[in-house]
Design a protein around this ligand. Sequence first.
Ligand code: AMP
Length: 226
Amino acid sequence: MTTRKQVTIFLGPPGCGKGSLSQLCSQKLNWVQLSTGSLCRKHIIEQTDIGKQIDFSIKSGKLIDDKLIVTMVEQWLKESIAQNDGIILDGFPRNVAQAESLRGIIKNSLPHYQLNVVKLFASDEVILQRVLGRSICENKDCQAIYSLEPGSALLPKKPGICDVCSSKLIRRTDDTAETLRDRLHVYYGFEQNILDFYANDGLKIHEINVEKPLDKIFVEFSKVIN
Ligand code: AMP
């Protein structure tokens, strides 16, 4: 497996499996992962000032303020990069303004890192099924992702309990069919602009069809990063 320093961003609609793939990459490759969604949920659980500000947007499937999210990402990167060759950004950037900020951050703070852009795609039917079958660990510092779909590799060992930290599994407040429609609408409204932005920067966009089991997706991803 490659050890070049790299920042990988996963673009893909909500619920397509970006988080599960990031989770697996951090286990198998020892990369660090940042899920901006998890970071937002942590703020909400801790009832920080930011958490109070963003609670409603998250519940209704809207994006939160660019400045706020860029500050969070910058802060996290500062704390996390020192000893890591691989960084995964799950859920960032979500629009061109964020992609521009990320370009600046990499140029200034991570000049030796190569940026990989990986686009994950699946049909809306598969996404809906995944979102309705998803649960996460309620522990704000864990938030491991599980699937209750029969036969899934992400089924918890004990029903309703997190394999990692033994906390309770819960459903995300935004994982409803209704909110998913809005989240998909927001995502597809920005997707092409972000892809064009990276194509203009001369970056290859790797595409992976994620309508398959996670282990097969990981094999495909491994080929991409090599
Ligand atoms: P996710 O866990 O990636 O599905 O994100 C859950 C929610 O967090 C999104 O619906 C947004 O409200 C918020 N969020 C996560 N990442 C971003 C981002 N990069 N920009 C703006 N809002 C975000």
